[in-house]
Design a protein around this ligand. Structure first.
Ligand code: URA
Length: 187
């Protein structure tokens, strides 16, 4: 299956209740040949309206942070979420909703074959790295699993609420760049 077929399947998905309240499915954007994938939690209001991940205030902060370490969102990264439809009032996705949706993320990963996955926030990190992952304690640490490197860092929406974690988040992005150099993804 190619990415367009998978996207069509996902856009026609009614496997969970989130389908009933969504405006758009937010499948993912960026470079499908990138070696780095960023995974967030789920679409917010702006993402639901526009059908693209991280286009609201959190996304704008993410863009600034990527710019600051000279990474290109379009060229270096593919961005998606654990759940592809907006949970009402931006609540955390239910376990059952994540469970329904994660096969799409797995298939995206099989098609893109990233070397690195960066988990933005607790929901992605507990799902993809370890169930008891604590962002404040374990952000920036590298884990090798299933042939890929994983790192969890602060969710940009959490950084908007608590600016004091921004320097740590920037260090995590610098560590990402180091890992990209080590793996010869960039010079
Ligand atoms: N927060 C997320 O986790 N994902 C988005 O796409 C937007 C905000």
């Amino acid at each position: 299956m190619d990415m367009r077929e998978l996207e069509q399947q996902c856009k026609n998905c009614f496997k969970c209740e989130l389908a009933k309240t969504r405006t758009n499915v937010v499948f993912g954007t960026g470079n499908e040949n990138a070696k780095v994938m960023f995974v967030g939690e789920g679409p917010g209001e702006n993402e639901d309206l526009q059908g693209e991940p991280f286009v609201g205030r959190a996304g704008q902060l993410l863009n600034l942070m990527l710019d600051a370490v000279d990474l290109s969102r379009e060229k270096d990264i593919y961005i998606t979420n654990i759940v592809k439809c907006r949970p009402p009032k931006n609540r955390d996705p239910l376990e059952s909703e994540s469970e329904c949706c994660i096969p799409y993320l797995r298939k995206q990963t099989v098609i893109i074959r990233p070397k690195i996955i960066v988990c933005l926030g607790r929901i992605a990190a507990t799902r993809l790295i370890s169930p008891d992952f604590k962002v404040t304690k374990e952000h920036g640490q590298w884990h090798f699993k299933g042939g890929m490197w994983f790192m969890g860092t602060f969710h940009p929406a959490a950084l908007l609420r608590n600016q004091s974690n921004k320097p740590d988040a920037m260090e995590d992005l610098l560590s990402l760049k180091d890992k990209m150099k080590e793996l010869e993804i960039i010079k």
